[in-house]
Design a protein around this ligand. Structure first.
Ligand code: PEP
Ligand code: MG
Length: 323
């Protein structure tokens, strides 16, 4: 089977009925690019920049960050690279920021909330990204967006830094797509309003599931509630994709669900444009997608969102696979 998958490394991802989707990789450092290439990644769908900030005792400088972003953009040779701005907090701590202890870190001062408050940190990262943008196909994505105002503020800060760089005579790519992670239910619910302002969505199911089900993704005692196939999650995913398409935007997914064998037929049927997963899952997903018909999966997904339980959804998908 592995040998069969390996033959797909240089192929595009096209379904049995000729529909193209993009299979991208989630990465944490420039060193991960080797794996993206050897597994035929069509882009980077999530570059988690937290790792630049972790395992040290001070903030990375603009120059250090610039070198990393440039390395990834150059390494991907013009293929899309979605870089997520700092998503610290929750399970990812930075001791040197000396942030006060919180009762509910997953509901607390993290990610874009911290960046909009501690703007020096945010601006340094944005400058590094903007400077690196001329080396490839950069798309910038903001994490943990809960309101349209947060997106507008983050975008305004980015545009200010762009204007400063341009005034200094520094080259910045002309068009850089700006998107958001959809990982908070409030954002999924008004995705139609966001879609008028953002260039793309990437659905972060790791957090979207925990927040929708009110079940801590790290707590084993409530892990039974961590249900990617729950119809509530499928309906939110459907809403987000439809909202994007209505405005001519694209929708991806970078949570674990995007690489899940049982979820893939459903996500194809719901119209997902980009699937971003760990590099080692890409070839298997490509092989699976080549055998699926998008039209058939649309019918499957339409049935799935009408099921009452996650178990019923799983049965539905497995019945199709046995045919
Ligand atoms: C997610 O929440 O789905 C996601 C991709 O981000 P992280 O796992 O880094 O929180
Ligand atoms: Mg997340």
């Amino acid at each position: 089977q592995k040998a069969e998958w390996a033959k797909l490394v240089n192929e595009e991802t096209v379904t049995a009925d000729g529909h193209h989707v993009e299979l991208a990789a989630n990465i944490g450092t420039p060193a991960d690019l080797d794996g993206v290439k050897s597994n035929g990644g069509e882009g980077v769908g999530l570059y988690r920049t937290e790792f630049l900030y972790m395992g040290r005792d001070n903030l990375p400088t603009e120059e250090e960050q610039f070198e990393s972003y440039k390395a990834v953009l150059e390494g991907m040779e013009g293929k899309p690279v979605v870089v997520r701005t700092l998503d610290i907090g929750g399970d990812k701590e930075l001791p040197y920021l000396n942030l006060p202890h919180e009762m509910n870190p997953f509901l607390g001062f993290r990610a874009i909330r911290l960046c909009l408050e501690e703007q020096d940190i945010f601006r340094t990262q944005l400058r590094a990204l903007l400077r690196a943008s001329v080396y490839g196909n950069l798309k910038v994505m903001f994490p943990m967006i809960a309101t349209v105002n947060e997106f507008r503020q983050a975008k305004a800060v980015l545009l200010e830094e762009r204007a400063k760089l341009e005034a200094e005579g520094t080259a910045v790519a002309e068009h850089i797509e700006l998107g958001i992670m959809v990982e908070i239910p409030s954002t999924a619910v008004i995705a139609d309003l966001f879609a008028k302002e953002v260039d793309f969505f990437s659905i972060g199911t790791n957090d979207l599931i925990q927040y929708t089900m009110a079940a801590d993704r790290m707590n084993e005692r409530v892990s039974y509630l961590y249900q990617p196939y729950n119809p509530s999650i499928l309906r939110l995913v459907k809403m987000v994709i439809e909202a994007a398409h209505k405005e001519g935007k694209w929708a991806g997914m970078c949570g674990e669900m995007a690489g899940d064998e049982t979820a893939i037929p459903l996500l194809l049927g719901l119209g997902l444009d980009e699937f971003s997963m760990s590099a080692t899952s890409i070839l298997k997903a490509r092989a699976q997608l080549k055998n699926l018909s998008k039209t058939d999966m649309e019918t499957l997904a339409a049935k799935a969102v009408e099921m009452s339980t996650a178990e019923e959804v799983v049965e539905l998908v497995q019945a199709i696979e046995k045919k």
